[in-house]
Design a protein around this ligand. Sequence first.
Ligand code: TTP
Ligand code: MG
Length: 383
Amino acid sequence: MFLPIAHFDLDAFFASVEQKLNPELQGKPVIVCNVDPQGKTVNRGIVSTASYEARNFGVKSGMPVYQAKIFCPQGFFVKGNYTEYQNHSRVVFQLMQEFFPKVYQTNLDEGFINLEGCESLYPDSQILGQRVREKIKEKAGLNVSVGFASSRVLAKIACQLAKPNGLFIIEKSQEKKIIYPLSIKLLPGVGPKTEIILNSQGIKTIGDLIKNKNAITKSLGKNGVNLYLSALGVDNIWFQETKAIKSIGRSTTFAQNTLNPTFILATLFKLCEEVFYELFERNFAAYHLSVNIRYPDFKNRQVGKAISSPSSVRELYEQAKELFFNLWRKKEKLRLVGIKTAKLESSKKQEENSIHEAVFYLRKKYGPEIIKSAFTIDRQFSI
Ligand code: TTP
Ligand code: MG
């Protein structure tokens, strides 16, 4: 049977890349943590993702690392390697683009394939889904789950039902039977807060949500309308094909709270480097910049401004630094610093960018540590 939309999502993505690169980790509970600027995992950080072996112990994305260590003391806690994740992601998406004309990346590790018009080429979604899974395993060495359905939202739900390492197809005639009894947690757009609100209204399943249209539009407004459409399997605004990346940012939680400006600025510089090279890679010009800080009591402050698109890391950093000093009063300890660029527009690569290009390729090939600004060397190691 042919279905027009496929959704694919790599399994335990960061952890699977770590397991692939280090065979000793295969079959083991692996927990990828965000890392401090010295490259060490920190108990104060959070879990980026956990391998399915670690999930059996209750470890989840977003959990504080210290808690993950309580749940799974025998776990292998590894620091992330974003460059490797980007490289693996690129292999997967290039492969998909070779086979299919309409591939839409929605995240580093997930995307849709629109197969409308391809019915005679790929008449059987079951066979196609297995081929996609085999190809990704063969070329990228990673497990992927795939869902097929008549719309994007349903294909995304199907993909969750396929996990881990599986294939799930929701045929048109089976939609209600499959979707209605599912927990609202599986409906895209329902996060922990929305779940609490819906539960308080006695709404636990997607079927409940459909029966309570008025109640949810009252409690959730526009989001309620979008959720209602999703529950019906209709692609609302969240699923439109043009939905593009709106911002690119990075943040770092310090290993210890710090008020050392040299150290904080070196960290800010490193974040600027990462963001700058991601903008460069994606061919984006950014026209808005914001800086955020978090205090030890978890209070956050943020400030932003319009910028002319930065043409070097240094330029981005100088603007970020200015914003940072608008926010931060010396003598205040900080827990986290972050930057975000937004108002992104596609830009043409310029010939004069050859230095950036050279640095970019060195970073891609050998990792971000291969070439550093003198500004960050040494300064990062003193708190
Ligand atoms: P997900 O696709 O949400 O999760 P996953 O690939 O680890 O596991 P699965 O899809 O099998 O459920 O996210 C993709 C990657 O994004 C994930 O490997 C790590 C990163 N990530 C974070 O850094 N923090 C988070 O809170 C989440 C959810 C993901
Ligand atoms: Mg995934």
